[in-house]
Structure formats: structure tokens, C-alpha cells
Design a protein around this ligand. Structure first.
Ligand code: C5P
Length: 212
């Protein structure tokens, strides 16, 4: 019997807490990652879906791992990396977290005028540094200016096989939308425009390319 393809996908935003009732985050809906997870299951892959807080129903058949912070997402992705053949990092990970997290709710009066920030680890960079032969790693890049150049730089510095660029300056695509307009760049130098599509169709086209 042939072994099933193991696919590890991250999706959604992370939350970085200031105090028990306040956090910093971003508007990622998780739709692109969930569409990829659903399509991977349809192709017979076994899917670990590591999801930040979103309001989507997980696709039937995935193993869902719920996380909240970037630290939790990193820990879970690292634990699951070993068995994965294909890793797709769609999550909109917060780049920073507050240096101090208050354990009690801050009153309006006590709320600090300025917050200090520390950088979260780049999760996908760590995964690609730790990967074994044959594992494929795909990242995403949401850009507004110099989109191609920024995506190409991230492809190289993060050590990815592919990066899926979406230009979020275009209206009606990207964050929270049901549509996307992705260009795939590969470490082998390919540039493939997938066109404006539903996230479902975009997921199909991405998997056709990255795991043919
Ligand atoms: O650098 P930037 O955040 O634009 O890169 C986007 C890619 O890097 C996405 O695949 C995202 O999931 C990943 N990323 C990460 N850890 C971070 C920030 C981004 O894995 N701390």
C-alpha cells in the first residue's frame, strides 16, 4: 500500500496579548488556508491544519490544531513538521508581541501610553532550516508595494520552494475576501500567474503546481 501524502497547513491570524482582555492581531480570515486544507483532503492527502482564531468550520477529514499566539503556532508546527511531506504556511503571523503581558486587566487609567515590542520568530524560516530531504515548503506573501521584489526576497531568505504572492492593494481580493489573485514564484525561477479566482480554485491551482 502506498503511504498517504502528509500535508501540514497553517491558517488564520495569531493574537498577541497585552492583558487578558486585549490583544493585537490582523484581519486574516483563514479562508485561503482552509480552502487549501479542503482541497488537500479531496486529493487524498492527510492534513494537519494549524489554525489561529477564525470563525470558519474546519473541513471534514482534517486534523485540526487550534492555536492562538505565534509562539503556540510555532511550537505546534515544529511538532508536526517531521511527518509532513508538504508544508503550506498561509497564516498571517503577527511579527511582534508586547514585551510585557499583564496578567490582570489594565484599567483605562493604567493603560500604558507606549508599549514595547519584541519580535516573534519567523516560523516558516525555522521550519525550512529544520527540514529533511524531500520536504516541500510553501509560503505566502501579502504585499502592497514592489510586490514581486518583496516576494522574491522572502522566497530566498526564508528558504522556500514556492511563495504565493497576493497583491493586497487590489480591491476585492486577499484578506477576508472569497477571491484571490495569486502569482506563484519558485526557487527554480518560475513565475506563474494564477489569475483572479475563488479561493477554492486558487487552492486547486496551487496544489496542481506545488504537488503535481
Ligand atoms: O515576512 P512576511 O510576514 O511577509 O512573510 C510571509 C510568510 O512568512 C507567510 O508564509 C507567513 O506565514 C510566514 N511567517 C512566519 N512567521 C512569522 C511571519 C511570517 O512563518 N513570524
Amino acid at each position: 500500500m502506498t503511504k498517504k501524502i502528509q500535508c501540514l497547513i497553517s491558517a488564520g491570524p495569531t493574537r498577541e496579548w497585552i492583558d487578558p482582555v486585549r490583544f493585537i492581531s490582523n484581519p486574516s480570515s483563514g479562508k485561503m488556508g482552509y480552502a487549501l486544507a479542503e482541497e488537500a483532503v479531496a486529493r487524498g492527502f492527510e492534513v494537519d491544519l494549524v489554525s489561529g482564531p477564525v470563525s470558519l468550520t474546519p473541513p471534514p477529514g482534517v486534523r485540526l490544531h487550534r492555536v492562538v499566539t505565534a509562539d503556540e503556532m510555532e511550537k505546534t508546527m515544529k511538532e508536526l513538521l517531521d511527518r509532513a511531506h508538504l508544508v503550506i504556511m498561509t497564516a498571517a503571523v503577527c511579527d511582534h508581541r508586547p514585551k510585557k503581558q499583564w496578567s490582570e486587566k489594565l484599567s483605562k487609567e493604567d493603560f500604558p501610553k507606549n508599549l514595547e515590542w519584541v519580535k516573534n520568530n519567523d516560523i516558516v524560516r525555522g521550519l525550512s532550516a529544520a527540514r529533511k530531504n524531500g520536504q516541500k515548503i510553501i509560503g505566502f506573501a501579502a504585499e502592497t508595494t514592489d510586490a514581486m521584489a518583496h516576494a522574491a526576497e522572502k522566497l530566498a531568505t526564508k528558504g522556500l520552494d514556492w511563495i504565493a504572492l497576493n497583491d493586497v492593494s487590489q480591491k476585492g481580493i486577499g484578506f477576508a475576501s472569497d477571491f484571490n489573485d495569486v502569482t506563484l514564484l519558485s526557487s527554480a525561477g518560475e513565475t506563474i500567474a494564477l489569475g483572479r479566482e475563488t479561493k477554492k480554485k486558487t487552492a486547486q491551482k496551487i496544489l496542481d503546481r506545488v504537488w503535481p
